[in-house]
Design a protein around this ligand. Structure first.
Ligand code: G3H
Ligand code: 13P
Ligand code: ZN
Length: 283
């Protein structure tokens, strides 16, 4: 059965590792995430963005994940990634998600708090966990300077206020990561992370973690991050493998010949990340 994210993150925080949260879009990626978690005996979070839900349909996402989880020996949470509305969160709750993110990071602070609290009040009695975001993570395509980006980083004092005002289960912070492929090598503000950790005991989430060097991921985890989000690395591995098949045989018409190797490549990169996060053997 699907489990709430809270229990996974509490254990991770206590034992100083991070749980991988991997984005899915289709059956092969759901299978890859679960196969990797099983091979590494690791707890895992399967997450779906609004885009993923729009592409696959919410019923397919939940059904695929439930089938995968019912055959698995590792704990699995199904989490809404970057939910932006109350209605969408409720739809996920109704369809069997065990966890949601409500991303009010674009709102003024007090509005972000109010929206987060509205979601917590509605879904916590149903047993779901709630992640919120403070600071703006953004994408690598955002055309802003380093100092402009730093102005969007999470403020430690604000983080303290936010978690006191919401009692949220997990908090996504902005310390220099971005969604998508990086142009250079991202530089993380580790001192800020430590200052945030000193202010809050809430599990901290790192978004935009594809392309962050493994050492930097380990450093972030050692300073208190206990959920690490990965999407782009899976997309890269999946499409690279599918493309190699097609390029190697222009006459290939069997989708399984393309998607099978793509699924294997996704499994391999997810296993690698699980070992970097230290969640292997923690199921
Ligand atoms: O947070 C962003 C995730 O990588 C999901 O991206 O909205 O293209 O599905 P997406
Ligand atoms: P990446 O695609 O950069 O790994 O980011 C994933 C993420 O943060 C999903 O919320
Ligand atoms: Zn994200």
């Amino acid at each position: 059965a699907l489990v709430s994210m809270t229990q996974l993150l509490e254990k991770a925080q206590k034992e100083h590792y991070a749980v991988g949260a991997f984005n899915c879009n289709n059956m092969e990626i759901v299978q890859a995430i679960v196969a990797a978690a099983e091979a590494e005996n690791a707890p895992v979070i399967i997450q779906a963005s609004q885009g993923a839900i729009k592409y696959a349909g919410i019923e397919y996402i939940t059904a695929l994940t439930k089938v995968a989880a019912s055959n698995a020996n590792v704990p699995i949470a199904l989490h809404l990634d970057h939910g932006t509305s109350f209605a969408q969160v409720m739809q996920c709750a109704r369809n069997g998600f065990s966890s949601v993110m409500i991303d009010g990071s674009k709102l003024p602070l007090e509005d972000n708090i109010a929206l987060t609290n509205k979601v917590i009040e509605a879904v916590r009695p149903l047993g779901l966990s709630v992640e919120a975001e403070l600071g703006k993570i953004g994408g690598t395509e955002d055309d802003i300077t380093v100092s402009e980006r730093e102005a969007l980083f999470t403020d430690p004092a604000e983080a303290k206020h936010f978690v006191q005002a919401t009692q949220v289960d997990a908090l996504a912070i902005a310390i220099g990561t971005a969604h998508g492929q990086y142009i250079g090598i991202p530089k993380l503000d580790f001192e800020r992370l430590t200052k945030i950790r000193e202010q809050i005991s809430t599990p901290i989430v790192l978004h935009g973690s594809s392309g962050v060097p493994d050492d930097a991921l380990r450093e972030a985890i050692s300073r208190g991050v206990c959920k690490v989000n990965i999407d782009t690395n899976i997309r890269e591995a999946f499409v690279r493998a599918a493309r190699a098949v097609l390029e190697g045989n222009a006459k290939e018409i069997d989708p399984r010949k393309m998607l099978g190797p793509a699924r294997e490549a996704a499994t391999a990169i997810i296993r690698e990340k699980i070992r970097v996060f230290g969640s292997n053997g923690k199921a």
